[in-house]
Design a protein. Structure first.
Lengths: 232, 175
């Protein structure tokens, strides 16, 4: 093997990527050629220097836990609805819900309201505090069994529905959204907002559904489906 | 594949590479918090598309997803894997750097200098150097992760090392 060929193959040799036979020929050349041998040592030294300087940073435990938890909820989401509910809500809570439905719903329907179901579209826009908004929806749900609730997020209001978004206490919004979703609340995100703000739609958490336009969706729900509008 | 079987297989083949995934994301994003978000998203994507993965070696597969998620978070196209000619002159000129006596026991300053020099490399060289030197991936695996021909991987490795050698040489001259 000559110097030109040796220089071509030197990097692969230093990286242990060379097959045995060319490696043997190259070693034979290195024994005879001082210049190539010097190059070889410099190359090795450079690798060692770089390898020793750059350190591997392992993943933080919090990230590991968060991913494990999210995988678990994804798996639950893939199950049929009855299996999902059983996994998400503890048994006593299910019993309490059943009892509440049996006792409270007929009573409140008979005595308090003429309309069979209350339907509300909540609008989350720029300036809405999403943590407060979610709490309001949860309270509303608590007091009004059978409430049909749709949350439409638009403008800066979409931010809490993006992956990894957290409230001021560091809690993931996605967990809160998933809990409300399990109670029947629908979340819809304005597609126009995403394209205007160059937000990749895959960043939207899977609990939320994409609609072409937030404004059109609110209009449609009010006029075609009889929803009342509430700005949070 | 039922949900449970899928999750167990995912935990066995993909989760063990979380450290590598996070480290690569840190080098590409140059920011720990951003790297965490990217890796979380990449892992959920990987889980969603896991049915399309049939191998037994998940590292290159998941690192490729992490890399793509990084570039989409950076709002940039990943470096294209063009068929570059394997440029001999690059390999024949060789590193200009001559290792000094301090190389045996590297000073803290040198370590910081080299780390910064790697972080300052253009993306295609940075990711190739990191995958090789830090993660110990073979040329073939790097080609799979970065979606580039093997010749391109070798050129990038050689050029990236050349840049680092040049940086070290000019530093040695100053001292």
């Amino acid at each position: 093997m000559d110097c030109t060929r040796t220089r071509q193959l030197l990097q692969a040799y230093v990286d242990h990527e060379l097959e045995v036979s060319p490696a043997l020929e190259l070693e034979e050349h290195l024994r005879r050629c001082d210049a190539c041998r010097a190059r070889y040592h410099t190359f090795r030294q450079l690798r060692a220097t770089v390898g020793a300087a750059i350190a591997f940073t392992p993943a933080p435990d919090a990230l590991r836990r968060r991913i494990a938890q999210r995988l678990h909820t994804q798996e639950i989401r893939a199950r049929p609805w009855w299996a999902r509910r059983a996994a998400l809500v503890a048994v006593p809570a299910v019993l309490a819900l059943v009892a509440a439905t049996l006792v409270l719903v007929p009573k409140s329907d008979d005595s308090l309201r003429g309309s069979p179901v209350e339907k509300i579209v909540y609008h989350i826009n720029e300036g809405t505090d999403p943590a407060t908004a979610l709490r309001n929806v949860a309270n509303h749900l608590q007091l009004t069994p059978g409430l049909k609730a749709v949350v439409v997020a638009h403008n800066k209001g979409v931010d809490f529905l993006l992956m990894g978004a957290r409230d001021d206490d560091g809690q993931l919004f996605e967990d809160q959204v998933a809990a409300l979703k399990a109670r029947g609340v629908d979340f819809r995100v304005c597609g126009n907002t995403l394209s205007r703000r160059h937000i990749d739609p895959t960043r939207v958490i899977p609990e939320a559904k994409l609609v072409p336009s937030g404004v059109a969706e609110i209009g449609r729900l009010q006029t075609k489906e009889g929803y009342a509008y509430m700005r949070l | 594949m039922t949900g449970d079987v899928k999750r167990r297989r995912f935990e066995r083949l993909i989760l063990p590479h979380l450290d590598a995934a996070y480290d690569l994301a840190r080098w590409l994003m140059r920011d720990g918090a951003a790297a965490q978000e990217v890796v979380q998203e990449a892992y959920l994507r990987a889980f969603r598309y896991f049915d399309s993965f049939h191998g037994d070696e998940g590292r290159a597969w998941v690192l490729a997803i992490v890399r793509n998620t990084c570039f989409s978070a950076l709002d940039r196209e990943p470096p294209a894997g063009r068929f570059e000619e394997f440029d001999e002159s690059l390999h024949c000129d060789g590193p200009e750097w001559v290792p000094g006596p301090e190389s045996a026991a590297m000073t803290h300053e040198t370590q910081t200098f080299v780390r910064d020099a790697v972080a300052a490399l253009p993306e295609e060289f940075r990711e190739t150097i990191v995958l090789r030197e830090l993660h110990g991936l073979s040329y073939r695996e790097i080609a799979a992760v970065t979606d580039a021909p093997i010749g391109t991987v070798m050129s990038r490795l050689a050029r990236g090392r050349g840049m680092l050698a040049k940086a070290l040489a000019s530093r040695a001259k100053k001292e």
